[in-house]
Write a protein of this length. Structure first.
Length: 117
């Protein structure tokens, strides 16, 4: 008797989502201008339904809002709100200048921390 191939091999057990860090990254990307949900999905490497869920969460927090695309009313553009713009600036500042707890470490302490799995 032959065994059938495992059809679940390579299939994720949980759907991809936009994590907290991914949402921060998305806010920073949106600071450059509005994006469609498809562009967002590509930018943060998730499928379109996951992008929609992530944008829903950002919208619920008042960080983004949606408008109709000027060329196609079936598509939506996602824009930052003032609060979203502020959050994006804060996130970018953290990325540009690490907190003192990291910058105060000497290289002997920092290297092991960066290589831990």
């Amino acid at each position: 008797m032959t065994s059938s191939p495992d059809r679940t091999a390579g299939v994720r057990s949980t759907p991809p989502s936009i994590s907290g860090l991914g949402r921060s990254s998305l806010l920073i990307k949106l600071a450059d201008g509005p994006m469609t949900l498809r562009e967002i999905a590509r930018a943060v490497d998730v499928d379109p339904p996951a992008a929609t869920v992530g944008v829903d969460k950002l919208e619920a927090r008042g960080l983004v809002h949606r408008t109709a695309h000027p060329d196609d009313n079936r598509r939506k553009l996602v824009h930052l709100t003032d609060a979203g713009r502020e959050a994006a600036q804060h996130g970018q500042a953290i990325l540009n200048e690490p907190p003192p707890a990291l910058t105060n470490l000497d290289s002997d302490d920092l290297c092991p921390a960066l290589t831990r799995s």
